[in-house]
Write a protein that binds this ligand. Structure first.
Ligand code: BTN
Length: 312
C-alpha cells in the first residue's frame, strides 16, 4: 500500500487528491490518510492540504515498500549491531532464499579477519541469505558471483571502473569501495544457507579513517540513491544465481580482477606471504608464486596490492 501511494505521488509530481488515491487503491480515504501519516513519520516529506497530498522531496529510504516484490523478504533496521547477526537468526529460523537484512548504520559492523567495519550513516550495509542448493565445497562460488555482479552493477549504473580484488572486495582505482563477508552453515550434503554481508561506501567519506577507501559520492561528486543501487544489485544477483552450480563464475570473475598479475601481500590469521598473484583456481583459492619462487595455494586471507605491477 505504501509503495503504491509513493509510486502515484512520484509519478504525479503535483497534488493528488485523497479521492484519487483511495479509488486507485480500492480503500477508504481514512485508510489512505493513515498510510500517509505513517510515511510522514518514516521521514517522507508529504504535504497534506485541502486539495490532497504532494511529495515534496524524495529521501533515499530503504524501507521494504521501496523494493516492489521484496516487501516480505527485505527487513530494514535504521540501526542495528550487525546485519550478519540478524540474518543468521533469520536463516536458522528458516527464512527464504534472497531474504535481505539492510541497516541504515551498524554499531558493531564486522569485517573479515575479526576487523571492525565502520558503518556510518550514508553507507549501504546489508546481508543476503542465500539457499543456492550448492554443496559446501562449492559455496565459495556464491561469494564470487556476488562480487562479480556487484562490480558489473557499479560499472553499469555509474560508469565507474570497478574491479574485484581477491577474495571479494571491490576497488575503484585501487581504493576500496566495498567489502564482503560471508558465513555458511551446512546441513548434510548441502549448504543450508550462505549469508553474504556487503558494505558499500556510498554517500559518506570513509577516507579519514581508511585512507585507501573511497565512496561513490566522492568518485562521482554527487549523492547516489542507495535504494536504486540495492534494487538493481539484488535483481541481477538473483538472476545470476539461477545458473546451475554457477559453473562459469570464477572464469568470469577473473576477467574483472584487479589482483591477478599483481605483486601482493597476503595476510591470514596464521601468516603473511608475499609474491605474484598468478591465478585463482576452481575452488576460489589464490595461486601465489611467493618471493622464493614456490607456488602456493591460499584459501583464505586478506590481500594487499603492491602499487607496482608484477610480470606474470
Ligand atoms: C571486509 O572488507 O572486511 C568485509 C566487510 C563486510 C561489511 C559488511 S556491512 C554488512 C555486513 N554486516 C557486517 O557486520 N559486516 C558486513
Amino acid at each position: 500500500m505504501k509503495g503504491h501511494i509513493l509510486t502515484t505521488l512520484r509519478a504525479a509530481e503535483t497534488v493528488v487528491s485523497g479521492e484519487t488515491l483511495s479509488q486507485a487503491m480500492g480503500v477508504s480515504r481514512v485508510t489512505v490518510w493513515k498510510h500517509i501519516r505513517k510515511l510522514q513519520e518514516a521521514g517522507y516529506p508529504i504535504s497534506a492540504g485541502p486539495t490532497g497530498y504532494r511529495l515534496t522531496g524524495d529521501p533515499d529510504a530503504l524501507y521494504p515498500w521501496e523494493f516492489p516484490g521484496r516487501e516480505k523478504t527485505l527487513h530494514y533496521h535504521p540501526r542495528v549491531d550487525s546485519t550478519m547477526n540478524v540474518a543468521r537468526t533469520l536463516a536458522r529460523a528458516g527464512c527464504p532464499h534472497m531474504t535481505v537484512v539492510v541497516a541504515g548504520c551498524q554499531q558493531r559492523g564486522r569485517g573479515r579477519l575479526q576487523r571492525v567495519w565502520r558503518s556510518a550513516e550514508g553507507g549501504l550495509y546489508f546481508t543476503i541469505v542465500l539457499r543456492p542448493e550448492l554443496p559446501p565445497v562449492l559455496a565459495h562460488r556464491a561469494n564470487f558471483a556476488a562480487s562479480l555482479v556487484l562490480a558489473r552493477t557499479l560499472q553499469k549504473l555509474y560508469g565507474v571502473p570497478a574491479k574485484v580484488k581477491w577474495p571479494n572486495d571491490i576497488l575503484v582505482a585501487e581504493r576500496k569501495l566495498c567489502g564482503m563477508l560471508s558465513e555458511m552453515e551446512a546441513e548434510g550434503d548441502l549448504a543450508a544457507f550462505i549469508n553474504i554481508g556487503i558494505g558499500i561506501n556510498v554517500n559518506h567519506d570513509p577516507s579519514a579513517d581508511e585512507p585507501m577507501a573511497t565512496s561513490l559520492a566522492t568518485l562521482l561528486g554527487r549523492p547516489v540513491s542507495r535504494r536504486d543501487l540495492l534494487a538493481c544489485f539484488l535483481d541481477s544477483l538473483e538472476h545470476r544465481l539461477q545458473q546451475p552450480e554457477l559453473a562459469d563464475v570464477i572464469a568470469e570473475w577473473k576477467t574483472q580482477s584487479a589482483t591477478l598479475g599483481r605483486r601482493v601481500r597476503i595476510v591470514t590469521t596464521r601468516e603473511t606471504a608475499e609474491g605474484l598473484a598468478r591465478d585463482v583456481d576452481q575452488n576460489g583459492a589464490l595461486i601465489l608464486e611467493d618471493n622464493a619462487g614456490a607456488v602456493r595455494k591460499i584459501i583464505y586471507g586478506d590481500c594487499f596490492h603492491h602499487l607496482s605491477r608484477g610480470t606474470a
